[in-house]
Design a protein around this ligand. Structure first.
Ligand code: NAP
Length: 254
């Protein structure tokens, strides 16, 4: 369903070049949104996703911006300001597994870096977005969707406590933000994907691992990026107007 507002609504999506983020960008474009999205290194993937947005008749701006880098995130939001002059939604999508390390071997630098990329980045982006969208700061309100993971519930793959715990933080962050940001005209929700067939699994066994674990998911298979993206786009848009502080599983029952 196309969003019916004056002018096209605008979303910032982190990590929109590949995987779930790219699928979110395209789902939003199909629903009439203009996009500003980041990537960290894969220019070709970012430009391919942007071209698909333009083929859908929507506008796309791409920005190389490591989500762990606050200055880069400022550039991402400034690019949206410059291109569109408005912001209606933030999708905090970019995230990494951070390798496979027993807690016995994980070092401080690794843990700090992982939490900066998966958790602090979402704080930074919410600050940038909320300052623009808050009705108390002259904005018109909006929505925020955070990507968590089913790992927050079940503890994740072996030797990935760092990843599971970082996503547990996103669940708590989402619930707390919903309380704090409602008076600012902002809805905040999270999506917890289960086993989704993307390149993120290159960190721990690749598509072979997805093939092996897929049949153990209650629904009988791994999910697709598009199946997650449709839920994210729904939460970003006006059709989910009474959903707030929800952490939604898209996990095939896992
Ligand atoms: P993916 O296929 O690995 O894609 C990651 C995307 O994020 C790419 O666009 C990548 O950009 C970007 N990215 C990675 N590190 C970044 C950084 N430091 N700064 C900015 N962008 C960065 O991952 P995915 O599977 O789509 O995962 C998306 C989100 O869903 C993550 O938060 C992940 O934790 C969560 N999730 C995924 C699954 C799953 O099974 N796939 C399950 C649960 C939760 P480049 O193209 O430039 O590398």
């Amino acid at each position: 369903m196309t969003v019916q507002v004056e002018g096209a609504p605008v979303a910032v999506v982190t990590g929109g070049s590949r995987g779930i983020g790219a699928a979110v960008v395209l789902a939003l474009a199909r629903q009439g949104w203009d996009l500003c999205f980041s990537y960290v290194s894969n220019v070709a993937a970012a430009e391919s996703t942007a071209a698909q947005v333009r083929d859908l008749g929507r506008r796309a701006v791409t920005v190389q911006a490591d989500v762990a880098d606050r200055a880069a995130l400022a550039r991402l939001f400034a690019a949206a300001d410059q291109a569109y002059g408005r912001l209606d939604a933030l999708v905090n999508n970019a995230g990494i597994v951070g390798g496979v390390h027993s807690i016995l071997d994980a070092d401080d630098a690794h843990l700090t870096s992982l939490f900066r990329t998966n958790v602090l980045s979402q704080f930074f982006c919410v600050q940038e977005a909320a300052r623009r969208m808050s009705t108390q700061r002259g904005g018109r309100g909006g929505s925020i969707v955070n990507l968590s993971s089913a790992a927050a519930r079940h503890g994740g793959m072996p030797n990935e406590a760092h990843y599971a715990a970082s996503k547990g933080a996103i669940d708590s962050f989402t619930v707390a933000l919903a309380k704090e940001l409602a008076p600012h005209g902002l809805r905040v929700n999270a999506v917890r994907p289960g086993l989704i067939r993307t390149d993120i699994h290159d960190a721990h066994g690749g598509q072979e691992l997805v093939d092996r674990i897929g049949p153990t998911v209650p629904i009988g298979r791994a999910g697709t990026a598009e199946e997650v993206a449709e839920v994210v786009a729904f939460l970003a848009g006006p059709l989910s107007g009474y959903m707030h502080g929800a952490v939604v599983d898209v996990s095939g029952g896992r």
